[in-house]
Write a protein that binds this ligand. Structure first.
Ligand SMILES: Nc1ncnc2c1ncn2[C@@H]1O[C@H](COP(=O)(O)OP(=O)(O)OP(=O)(O)O)[C@@H](O)[C@H]1O
Length: 243
């Protein structure tokens, strides 16, 4: 579904953010992309959806190379849920935010409505249909941002830190929502407990390179491996420190 070959990327100021990344991701996989701050997770996402231009190496999504001329089709295949929902939601009504993508595809309004209602029902948030996005809670906004991407029927969804800044209940709600989505998911996250819960594979990026790639058990249970990349065991596996 997604193949990354010999990918290198340096920002215009010369900072090398991605170094010789090679990855193959199969349809339906649920992958946690982890790594310390600055490891290159967001940089990799920006290359996959064509926000940053690939200069060395290749990314192929569902047989289509990511290039300037394929970007429109790539963005139909790959959706991205940004870390801050305020970067994604800009309409005055939830319905219109979710309808934005399908309307851009020039679909008939009744098809648009069917898509929006299906997604709202799928995520159990039909009651938010007529609310103003900027008045919603952080957790509600996250789920609406996911809905706006789902309405495009992407084959792959990239999630950038979907559980950051949420209270425990809103975090659980987002995790449960992600778990119901059966398309290919790549989730950039520092929330290793979520990775343990809903991912089947973990990729560690370290200084822009793939440092480890394996099953949740191989990676997240290996304290030594994690500490080499400035990561820790998931909280649920750490000994509680009680004073
Ligand atoms: N526009 C930019 N220009 C130059 N360097 C950048 C730019 N954006 C990011 N970087 C650098 O690229 C490296 C990778 O950053 P990136 O944001 O991809 O990391 P990340 O793994 O997503 O980090 P975090 O977990 O903190 O979000 C960092 O060293 C960062 O300083």
């Amino acid at each position: 579904m997604l193949e990354i070959k010999k990918l290198n990327y340096a920002y215009p100021d010369g900072h090398q953010a991605i170094r010789d990344v090679n990855l193959k991701i199969e349809e339906g996989e649920s992958i946690a992309l982890v790594g310390a701050n600055g490891a290159g997770k967001s940089s990799l996402f920006k290359l996959i959806i064509g926000i940053s231009e690939i200069k060395e190496g290749a990314i192929i999504v569902d047989d289509l190379p990511v290039e300037k001329k394929t970007l429109k089709d790539i963005r139909r295949k790959v959706g991205m849920v940004f870390q801050n929902p305020d970067d994604q939601l800009f309409m005055t009504k939830v319905y219109d935010d979710i309808a934005f993508g399908p309307r851009n595809e020039l679909l008939d309004e009744h098809v648009v409505e069917e898509r929006v209602v299906n997604v709202l029902e799928q995520l159990g948030i039909i009651h938010l249909r007529d609310r103003m996005p900027h008045r919603l809670s952080g957790g509600e906004k996250r789920v609406i941002a996911i809905a706006s991407v789902l309405a495009m029927n992407p084959r792959v969804i990239l999630f950038d830190e979907p559980t950051s800044f949420l209270d425990p209940q809103a975090r659980r709600n987002v995790i449960n929502t992600l778990d119901t989505l059966k398309m290919t998911k790549v989730i950039a996250t520092h929330d290793l407990d979520m990775a343990l819960d809903i991912c089947d594979r973990v990729i560690i990026l370290h200084h822009g390179s793939v440092f480890a790639d394996g099953t949740v058990r191989d990676i997240l249970f290996d304290e030594n491996l994690l500490s080499q990349c400035h990561l820790e065991l998931p909280l649920c596996m750490q000994k509680p420190r009680v004073r």
